[in-house]
Write a protein that binds this ligand. Structure first.
Ligand code: SF4
Ligand code: SF4
Length: 60
């Protein structure tokens, strides 16, 4: 299963990860991205590569 880490210090709440994730892993809560459905992650790494703040790390 994927392990997803979002660094809240770096996250700006831009919503890019919410938009690019094909399975809806992320949700914005109080202006920060939270991986609420990490168990559905496909390991495509779209979020990791497209986060403008470099806040996301996806590991297997
Ligand atoms: S793409 Fe990056 S900066 Fe934007 S909401 Fe997601 S984690 Fe935060
Ligand atoms: S790696 Fe892909 S499936 Fe997993 S959270 Fe990121 S965008 Fe979603």
């Amino acid at each position: 299963m994927a392990k997803i880490n979002v660094d809240p210090e770096k996250c700006t709440g831009c919503g890019t990860c919410v938009d690019v994730c094909p399975v809806g892993v992320y949700e914005l809560k109080e202006g920060k991205s939270v991986p609420i459905k990490a168990d559905e992650c496909l390991l495509c790494r779209a979020c990791e590569t497209q986060c403008p703040a470099g806040a996301i790390t996806v590991t297997e």
